[in-house]
Ligand binder design. Structure first.
Ligand code: KG4
Ligand code: ZN
Length: 400
């Protein structure tokens, strides 16, 4: 099955074209990546110190067609089918879908005229959770493609994408395999918008068993970085300067480990962030070395909470596999600490952390999640007729 996957939930415009084969139940799922492009808006958001939803939307609106054009160029599959003539009704539908995105609407027909239908069976699209305006532009664009190319849509939950990214095993430059997973499995999903522990009883039965009660861990990294005068996104910056403090063997200040011993699997990072703020107010940080000490201590506190809670939840649910994904899982200290924790990487529990290149938002994981739905939950597919009837609505924070 050839899937075109689109991801616009935050500040990355990502599109991939993937040939998927095999069965999740038989553990022989392979993805052949024909193209996988991520256009990051980070440079733009850096100027403002964070992501503004409407700005992100405008960028997606501007970038979706060029990125799709590149993806189709990279796809070596020749068998492109000429577009069929659209009925007036369908044409009007497409117009309506894109009416709030003038830049996109303006160029859409020209694109559709000069671009024959690619060899795809479905369009997989992130419908949530994420920033509403950013999600909407992606969903409406995907609907328009479904109508002009007469292919079904597979609505995908972004978090399932991150979950699957941890199960991706790179076989070659273009091929990934879904690792054989023993259930029940536990997924630790850590990103700029989420901090969740998800119990996976099998490939399709997921339950969020713990989550942050305030800030997501990535958000805390970003905010602490900002307090220290470091650029957005702060996660990689904190990680980088913490390394420096590790080498200097300084004694770090003590920051709290919120909820580390609480009787549930929830998290809280807002108090930790505020503690950093108080510390900086009490004793302003000036030198790079002073910044590094605080960054490191913050990273240690966040890491310890994540690792301890994950270990406890894994034990409680008798997890056979632990999957870790999301932008923050690129953090080396967190990766190392997870690997060093015996309760997590023990003989009976297997630890799988997303390959670095798939930790952040990408469309390969959306293709993988799309294939999961298409094969195990075909009722999730929305046919072009369904799209025309408005069956798929972008529901920003709808759960799995
Ligand atoms: O998954 P992602 O790309 O987007 C969301 O869905 O949110 O995650 C982005 C988050 C940002 O908060 C960023 O600072 C954080 O991931 N991040 C990191 C690292 N790399 C990215 N946090 C800690 N250490 C890193 N190395
Ligand atoms: Zn994400």
């Amino acid at each position: 099955m050839r899937i075109l996957a689109i991801e616009t939930s935050c500040d990355e415009t990502a599109i991939a074209l993937v040939e998927a084969r095999g069965s999740f139940k038989k553990n022989d799922v392979y993805f052949n990546v024909a193209a996988n492009i991520i256009l990051s808006q980070v440079k733009l958001h850096k100027k403002y110190g964070g992501v503004f939803p409407n700005l992100a939307k405008r960028e997606h609106e501007r970038n979706l067609l060029p990125v799709l054009g590149k993806v189709l160029e990279e796809d070596s599959e020749e068998s492109r089918i000429k577009n069929h003539e659209l009925s007036a009704i369908k044409k009007e539908k497409v117009e309506k879908l894109l009416e709030r995105y003038p830049t996109l609407q303006e160029r859409f027909w020209e694109f559709s005229e000069k671009t024959p239908k690619p060899d795809i069976d479905a369009v997989s699209i992130t419908y949530g959770p994420g920033l509403e305006p950013a999600l909407w532009v992606g969903v409406n664009f995907a609907k328009a493609l479904s109508l002009i190319w007469n292919v079904s849509l597979i609505p995908v939950n972004h978090m399932v994408g991150h979950m699957l990214s941890a199960a991706l095993e790179k076989k070659s430059r273009t091929e990934y395999k879904i690792t054989n997973i023993a259930f029940p499995a536990l997924a630790l999903l850590i990103s700029g918008g989420h901090t969740e522990l998800v119990l996976m009883r099998n490939w399709t039965d997921h339950e969020v068993v713990g989550q942050t009660r305030d800030d997501a861990v990535g958000e805390a990294f970003d905010k602490v970085a900002r307090m220290l005068g470091l650029p957005y996104p702060g996660g990689p910056e904190i990680s980088k300067i913490s390394e420096r403090a590790r080498k200097e063997k300084t004694v770090p200040p003590k920051l709290p480990r919120p909820m580390i011993n609480s009787n549930d699997f929830d998290f809280s990072f807002s108090g930790l962030k505020t503690s950093v703020l108080y510390r900086i107010k009490k004793k302003p940080v000036k030198t790079a070395a002073e910044k590094a000490i605080i960054a490191r201590e913050f990273q240690e506190a966040a890491t310890e909470v994540l690792v301890k809670k994950t270990a406890r939840a894994a034990k409680h649910y008798n997890a056979q596999t632990i999957l870790v994904g999301g932008g923050v899982s690129a953090n080396n200290r967190i990766r190392d600490a997870l690997r060093e924790t015996t309760e997590i990487g023990s003989s009976q529990t297997r630890l799988l952390i997303a390959p670095i290149e798939t930790t952040g938002d990408n469309a390969l994981m959306i293709a993988a999640a799309g294939y999961l739905s298409a094969t195990l939950r075909p009722e999730m597919l929305v046919t072009p007729a369904g799209v025309e009837a408005g069956l798929l609505k972008a529901e920003g924070n709808l759960r799995i």
